[in-house]
Design a protein around this ligand. Structure first.
Ligand code: MG
Length: 379
């Protein structure tokens, strides 16, 4: 069986002539080594439910929680293992039960060539609507597997420079001034903080943080503001406090008010709840300055890479974010980070029982290792 290089190249979203993995695949280490692995056996999927414990009660404008259900996924093929993860905060509607049902319904064994990435993921997406995090778990595990077969990390396959990774934000949830102060002190290694606001304590929280640190802040309103003129007044005040962008200030469905706000705002506005998958990107052009891409919303790395390219073509800002996740999901997202304006990749830092070791944050900056796939090890 031979690899259809043109198809795989298109699967990766690489334009013809772009820096890509073809030279590697055609080298002695590449093509021959890859072909020799073809055993004719199908992909073997397995998964286990896991509960992430959060270091702090996590509160945003609409709810609080202390844990997050995830599904840990493995795809095995010819002696290699790709790791994936579905993180399912309850407000997104997925759960251990829905993920188990979705994953049990998949027949990945029918695919004996893991390089048919687009074909496999199109099949996975077609099995049922929704289930975006469960779909992402398959996508991530497949990418990890392919990277291991090629012996290359994905940032390298995509042609990105690991030195271009951004600082990552560290999230401070809505809380009492005492707890906010404690969290900000814990966040001392981080060079930019993401502050959850959107209740009636916005000024109190920002003022509390500014007593301790003068690092740049970004704010995530989680749709908490309802009046566009009040929102604009708040954004002007936030800019004076050293805030650099505002995430999801108003209701995700309210595109008219958002377009007005973005047009008048002295700070970039970033869509989060309003953006989910590739088709949404162009619809938000003009209503927001940029988008927050999360693998668990958009079904994984394959679609996230396409979203990044579409947003760039529309001159929109791009942020890569995450849920509370293990280092598996965060390390997968981090592969895209050299190409984004901001990273919010602290999901693994907010939990106490991470079963993986992967991407690291050094002096507040995402550090990508030259490890194949998504660069994670099971602890
Ligand atoms: Mg957000």
């Amino acid at each position: 069986m031979s690899i259809d290089r043109r198809t795989f190249n298109e699967d990766l979203g690489l334009r013809s002539g772009a820096v890509c993995l073809l030279p590697v695949m055609n080298s002695g280490k590449g093509n021959g080594a890859v072909n020799s692995r073809y055993s004719g056996k199908g992909l073997q999927l397995s998964f286990e439910a896991y509960e992430l414990h959060l270091n702090h009660v996590f509160t945003i404008a609409s709810y609080s929680r202390t844990s997050t259900p995830v599904m840990l996924v493995k795809i095995e093929w010819d002696g290699l293992v790709g790791y994936g993860e579905a993180s399912m905060p309850p407000y997104l509607g997925e759960s251990h039960e829905t993920a188990r049902k979705f994953l049990k319904g998949l027949d990945l064994n029918q695919f004996s060539d893991p390089f048919r990435l687009s074909e496999i993921l199109t099949y996975v997406d077609s099995v049922a609507k929704g289930n975006c995090a469960a779909k992402a778990s398959i996508d991530i595990a497949l990418h990890d597997l392919l990277g291991k077969i090629l012996d290359k990390p994905w940032f390298k396959i995509w042609g990105y420079n690991p030195e271009d990774t951004p600082l990552t934000t560290f999230t401070i949830g809505i809380d009492s001034p005492d707890v906010v102060m404690e969290k900000v002190k814990e966040a001392a290694p981080y060079k930019i903080l993401k502050v959850k606001i959107g209740k009636d304590t916005d000024e109190e929280i920002i003022n509390t943080i500014r007593k301790i640190t003068d690092v740049p802040l970004c704010v995530d309103v989680n749709q908490g503001w309802t009046d566009k003129r009040e929102a604009l007044d708040k954004i002007h005040w936030l800019k004076e406090q050293g805030v650099v962008f505002v995430e999801q200030p108003m209701d995700k469905c309210n595109l008219d008010d958002m377009a007005w706000l973005t047009q008048h705002s002295p700070l970039p506005t970033i869509a989060d709840e309003a953006i989910q998958r590739l088709d949404d990107v162009s619809k938000l052009h003009g209503a927001y300055s940029g988008i927050n891409i999360k693998l668990m919303k958009c079904t994984g790395m394959h679609e996230a890479h396409k979203m990044l390219n579409v947003a760039r073509s529309l001159d929109m800002k791009v942020m890569i974010g995450c849920m509370t996740e293990t280092s598996c999901g965060v390390s997968a997202a981090a592969q895209l980070s050299p190409m984004v304006d901001w990273a919010d990749l602290d999901g693994n830092l907010l939990i106490s029982n991470d079963p993986f070791k992967g991407v690291e944050i050094v002096n507040g900056k995402v550090v990508l290792k030259n490890s194949p796939g998504i660069g994670v090890m099971k602890i």
